[in-house]
Design a protein around this ligand. Structure first.
Ligand SMILES: [Mn+2]
Length: 195
């Protein structure tokens, strides 16, 4: 089974086309109009060994809010579609990722029940043209639209660029683990029988 999804979403604020493959090579082709956000999605793709193509035409003349939040909505929708019935996958994944002085924990459960826990602060308002407060909004959108329990916690903060990048990379590693197959799991890993 090829685990991939294409999602298109058009509103008056954003037009987004996104294609995600879970079993990729880390190839990314990303243009959101927000340079630092592209850099983050690139790291996510590379370190999760996904393939990701994203095109966003957003109202960045207003600010970066709709562009980043809506990309999160579309990525979450694509994750949900691509994982399909979740048969044979580990379901849980976690990673504590260091980036120089910074240390970030990310844990996911593809439970089908959205939950988002965030314990992080940035000391800079912006990274390039990206508002640091939008990083939380992005992950919130991903968790709710994918039906994922997502915890992100900064264990040791430091340079804001490092903290943000460690978040996206730890999320990538945790998600890669959660969607990976375990040969011992022959059906869906739940006592309920479905996720
Ligand atoms: Mn960087």
């Amino acid at each position: 089974m090829i685990r991939e999804a294409s999602v298109e979403r058009n509103t008056k604020e954003t037009e987004i086309k996104l294609k995600l493959a879970l079993d990729g090579k880390g190839y990314s082709d990303i243009a959101t109009g927000v340079g630092f956000f592209d850099h983050m999605l690139d790291g996510f793709t590379r370190h999760g060994f996904f393939d990701l193509c994203v095109r966003v035409h957003g109202d960045i003349q207003v600010d970066d809010h709709h562009t980043i939040e809506d990309t999160g909505i579309v990525l979450g929708t694509a994750i949900k579609k691509a994982v399909g019935d979740k048969k044979g996958i580990r379901r849980f994944g976690s990673c504590i990722l260091p980036m120089d002085e910074s240390l970030v924990l990310c844990a996911v459960d593809l439970s089908g029940r959205p939950y988002f826990s965030w314990d992080a602060e940035f000391t800079a308002e912006k990274l390039g043209t990206m508002s640091t407060e939008m990083i939380k909004e992005f992950f919130y959108a991903v968790s709710y639209t994918s039906g994922m329990n997502l915890h992100i916690k900064v264990l040791t903060g430091g340079n804001n660029h490092h903290v943000a990048e460690a978040m996206f990379k730890s999320f990538a590693k945790a998600l890669d683990e959660a969607v990976s197959y375990d040969p011992r799991i022959t059906d869906v890993l739940s006592t309920k029988g479905s996720l």
